[in-house]
Design a protein around this ligand. Structure first.
Ligand code: SAM
Length: 202
């Protein structure tokens, strides 16, 4: 099993839409938006907030670009690349008040666990990119991955567990379900929504 960072990923340059963004900062960062249901609905509802999304797959990125253009959203920056690299290289510390990772690929087989995105190293990186008092918001239908994330987050000094909703209720009333969320709900899977806070400095 190859482990991160993969050489090809490090060599691949990230692409941006719009092309010359002038800095990867904003209010809300979403990692792995997929079809972008959550991102686009939120960006439409909050035109004064800047949304940034990093999507690994080129095809999904291109479709997201089309959707952003069609909706004429001027407050969205899309990035095609591996979030583990893009966040480290392009996002400055204390940049976002909210970071969302919704239904990350669970890699359920034990031998694939090293592929899981939300290990302590990446969680530590995300914590450093949150503003003080900022929130990391997560959702998964995979209970093994949930436990794994919690174990890894426990090792990160700058993250404190916030809310945990195991009942299937989203974290906020104005939640917008993602494509995968709709799929898992239709299949009757239990979804856990949980958050971590970067504690405010004294
Ligand atoms: C299971 S899908 C969930 C998509 C969407 N969040 C949803 O709930 O419908 C996981 C998404 O994360 C993206 N992804 C996986 N690894 C990534 C990485 N290292 N950086 C950025 N995106 C990644 C995948 O390409 C995919 O779009």
């Amino acid at each position: 099993m190859r482990s991160f960072p993969f050489e090809f990923a490090l060599r691949r340059e990230a692409r941006f839409y719009p092309e010359d963004p002038g800095g990867v900062t904003g209010d809300v960062l979403e990692i792995g938006p997929g079809r972008g249901d959550f991102l686009l609905a939120k960006a439409q509802s909050y035109p004064n907030r800047r949304f940034v999304a990093i999507e690994l797959k080129k095809r999904r990125f291109r479709k997201l670009v089309d959707r952003v253009k069609r909706r004429e959203l001027a407050n969205v920056l899309l990035i095609n690349g591996d979030a583990r690299i893009v966040v480290r290289q392009s996002v400055p510390p204390n940049a976002f008040s909210q970071i969302y990772v919704l239904f990350p690929d669970p890699w359920p087989k034990r031998r694939h666990e090293p592929m899981r995105l939300l290990n302590d190293e990446f969680l530590e990186l995300l914590a450093a990119r949150l503003t003080s008092g900022g929130e990391l918001i997560l959702a998964t239908d995979d209970q093994s991955y949930r436990g794994w994330i919690m174990k890894h987050a426990d090792r990160v000094d700058d993250l404190r567990l916030g809310a945990v909703h195991e009942s299937g209720d989203a974290l906020t009333p104005e939640w917008v379900p993602t494509l995968f969320e709709q799929k898992w709900r239709d299949e009757g899977r239990t979804i856990t929504y949980f958050s971590y806070i970067r504690p405010a400095e004294d």
